[in-house]
Design a protein around this ligand. Structure first.
Ligand code: B1M
Length: 210
């Protein structure tokens, strides 16, 4: 097994210290930071995402894997000469206004980070105008919105309307998700895609930036 495969395996197992040690070892041995991310950390999180989708892994395990992935990122990220160059793209993500649920949104954000995206996580209870400001500031390729309450789902539509009003709707792809959200709802409100889970979010974001 190569050192990259070992790091991917350690991410899957959620071995935080092992990932950190392996990442440090690869850095000391002269491996490129981008290679460590793509062939090690991202490979591992890709497997985690796929297993989570098939119910072979569950939320607590995914969170531990994400923590392990972050331990590797902490070592490698400062060494990237130009983060933008190695970033797969930028995604702004947030839970919409009135909604405080963030476990799923955080998982999605971590999966996206694991896939090499620069993620700007706005947090929870984010009003439409904050999304608009963030798009203007960070110029992302993708905007992700999460809602866990049927009562906050309309805030997704309001946010899309605010982006349209600001004249920046067409600059971004909009992805929505959260337990009550459906493909049908996503189409109704004019989003570009519905993602049922973190793994699909990552696949969609990759498609969007191509
Ligand atoms: Co809340 N809550 N909650 N809650 N809560 C639900 C959602 C509920 C279904 C429980 C129930 O009644 N059975 C219900 C909603 C009913 C409805 O609207 N239909 C509910 C309610 C009513 C409420 C309160 C109103 C309760 C009250 O105070 N009376 C209140 C509202 C607070 C508010 O937001 N304003 C409330 C509060 C809370 C807690 C604070 C206690 C806590 C949240 C803690 C936190 O997030 N930090 C909480 C929790 C934990 C839940 C349940 C139990 C679990 C949600 C969760 O984290 N799931 C939930 C019941 C349930 O879902 N079984 C419930 C795990 C998570 C990994 O899944 O978030 O679906 P999920 O994310 C998935 C996908 O949906 C997707 O990917 C994730 C990974 O696969 N996804 C995206 C999510 N966002 C995405 C964005 C994307 C793409 C994919 O693109 C950007």
């Amino acid at each position: 097994m190569s050192k990259f495969e070992e790091i991917a395996e350690a991410v899957i197992e959620g071995s935080v210290d092992e990932v950190a040690d392996l990442a440090q070892g690869l850095v000391d041995g002269g491996a490129e930071p981008g290679e460590i991310i793509k062939q090690g950390l991202v490979e591992g999180m890709d497997v985690v995402g796929a297993r989570f989708k098939k119910n072979e892994m569950f939320v607590p395990e995914v969170l531990i894997s994400a923590k392990a992935m972050h331990a590797g990122m902490d070592i490698v990220k400062p060494l990237l000469a130009d983060e933008d160059e190695s970033s797969a793209g930028t995604v702004i993500i947030g839970t919409v206004e009135g909604d405080l649920h963030d476990i799923g949104k955080n998982l999605v954000a971590m999966m996206l980070e694991g896939a090499g995206f620069e993620v700007v996580d706005l947090g929870v209870d984010i009003p439409a105008d904050k999304f608009v400001e963030a798009v203007k500031e960070h110029q992302p390729e993708v905007v992700g919105m999460s809602a866990l309450l049927t009562t906050t789902m309309p805030a997704m539509e309001e946010t899309i309307a605010a982006l349209e009003e600001a004249g920046i709707r067409d600059q971004v792809k909009i992805m929505v998700g959260g337990a009550p959200v459906t493909e049908e709802f996503s189409n109704e409100i004019g989003a570009d895609a519905y993602a049922p889970d973190g793994s699909t979010s990552t696949d969609l974001a990759r498609e969007f930036v191509q």
